[in-house]
Design a protein around this ligand. Sequence first.
Ligand SMILES: NC(=O)c1ccc[n+]([C@@H]2O[C@H](COP(=O)([O-])OP(=O)(O)OC[C@H]3O[C@@H](n4cnc5c(N)ncnc54)[C@H](O)[C@@H]3O)[C@@H](O)[C@H]2O)c1
Length: 499
Amino acid sequence: MRQVKTLGLLGTGVIGGGWAARALHFGVDVIAADVKPEMEEWIRGAVSNAEGALARLTLAPLPRKGRLSFTTDLNAMAAQVDFIQENIPENLELKQRVLAGVSRHAPADVLMASSTSGLMPTDLQRDMQFPERFLVAHPFNPVYLLPLVELVGGRQTSADALAAAGRFFTYIGMHALKVRREVPGHLTDRLQEAIWREILHMVNEDVASTGELDDSIIYGPGLRWAAMGTNLIYHLAGGESGMRHMLRQFGPALKWPWTKLEAPELTEALIDKMVAGTQEQAAGRSIRELERLRDGYLVAIQQVLKQFNIGAGATLRALEERLYADAGAGARADIAISLERDAALQAPLRLLEVDVRPEWIDYNGHMTDSRYLQVFGDATDALLRYAGVDEAYRKSGRALFTAESHVCHEAEAAALEPLYVTSRVLEVDEKRVRLFHSLHRRRDERLVATAEQLYLHVSAGEVTPMDAGVRERLTRVQVAQAQQPVPRKSGRVRMRPSP
Ligand SMILES: NC(=O)c1ccc[n+]([C@@H]2O[C@H](COP(=O)([O-])OP(=O)(O)OC[C@H]3O[C@@H](n4cnc5c(N)ncnc54)[C@H](O)[C@@H]3O)[C@@H](O)[C@H]2O)c1
C-alpha cells in the first residue's frame, strides 16, 4: 500500500469538506471531486471555516499545509491520488455505481474507503475492481475535530487494506476503531440511533421538548461520555461489585422495557415539533454561529482530556508526540551529518523550517509575540531530541525546564512568510544548558529575532544532573561550534555558578 501524499475525495459536501480540512492541516494534498462545479467554492469555504478551530487544537510543529485542488472529473482524480475517500449521498445503488466506475481508474494499490453512515462494505464493494482494497471508514461531523473513524471490512476486504487505512487515519490525528464484523449502522450510529428513536417517541407523545431532552444529556451523561463510555461508567455506578451489581439491580428494568426500539411514524406533525423545538434551542443563532461554538468547546475538551491522557485526549497526545518526533527527526539527521562531516562546525545548525501561519498574525499584520517563543521552543525541542531528550526520557520523570528566555526582535514576519531557525549550544554543565537561536526570513536571509535560553535539568521537582549521554551530545555540538563568533545579542542570560 502507498504512503498517502494525496487524498482523493469523491463528493465534497459536509463530510468531504471535513476530510479535506483535516488532511490539508496535517500536510496531505487533497484533490476534491464532485459532480457539481459549484462545490469548489463550497469546499474552499468549508476548509477556511475549519482552520480557526484546527489551528487551536495543537501547538506542536505541523508540516507544511497540503494543497487543495478541485475537479468535476472523478476518473482523473482517481488516477492521481494515493487514497480515495467517498462521501456521496447515502444511497446504496448510487454508491455502488460510482465506486465501481472510479475503481477502474484507480491503480490497484490505491485504497478506497466510504464514509457511509450505515451501509455494509460487502454490498458497496460488490462491483468494484480490486474490491480487496475497499473498506468503510466512517467519520463523525465535524471530521476535522472529532478523532473517531470506524473501520469496517467487507467479505472481500484484505487485512492489509484495513491495517494500512488505520495507519493513514492515525497519521492525520484520528482514532481508528476497527469494527469486528459488519453490521448495519456500524457501532456508533446504532447506538446514536437508539437514542434518537427514543427522542422522537418522547417528542411525539409530548413527554418532553427537544430542548429538555438535550438538557437531560448535556448536564449529566454527556459530561461523563467525553472520557468514559456507558459500560465503564455503569461499572463505577455499581459500587464495589461494579457491573455485576448494576446488572442485578437494573436487569429487570431492561426487560420492562423503558425503551421502545421501533421508531415512531415520522408524521408531518412530529417533524414540525422537532423542527420548532430545535429552532427554539438555536434562539436565532445561525448554523455557522453554532458551529463555531461547537468547534470551540470540542477543541477545549480535547485539550483538557489530554492532561488525563484519556480518550480523545490520548489520541491528541499521541499525535503531538508524532509531530514533535517528525520535526526532530530531520534536525537529528542534519546534526549527525554535520558533525560527521566537520568536527568544527563553521556554519550554524539549521534546525527548524516553518511558515508563519495566518492564525499567528496579530492586529498589526505580523507574527504575534507568543508565537516567537513557540517557534524557538520547537527548535529547542528538535535539538534536545537529538541529544536524547525524547518521550521515553520524559516518561522516566526527567526533563529540561526553561529557567530563562530572552527574545530580541529585529524585523517583522508576515503571514505565510517562510522562516528558519539556526541554533547554538553556548554552554553546558551537568545540570544546565544555555542555547541561542536565530530566526531568519528565508526570502532575504534577514534576521527576524533571536532567543537566548537557559534550561535546567529536573526530575521530581529537583534540579538534577542530566544523563551522561545527553550531556555528551550537547557538549559535542558546543565544542564543534566554539570557533563561530559569539552571537552579538548573547550574554543577556547567564549561567550562574552551579546550584
Ligand atoms: N453528515 C453527517 O453527519 C455524516 C456523518 C458521517 C458520515 N456521513 C456519510 O457521508 C456521506 C456524505 O454525507 P454528507 O452529509 O457529506 O452529504 P452532502 O449531501 O453534504 O454531500 C454529498 C455530496 O456528494 C455529491 N455527489 C452526489 N452525487 C455524486 C456523484 N455521483 N459523484 C460525485 N459527487 C456526487 C453532491 O454534489 C454533494 O456535494 C454519506 O454517505 C453519509 O451517510 C455523513
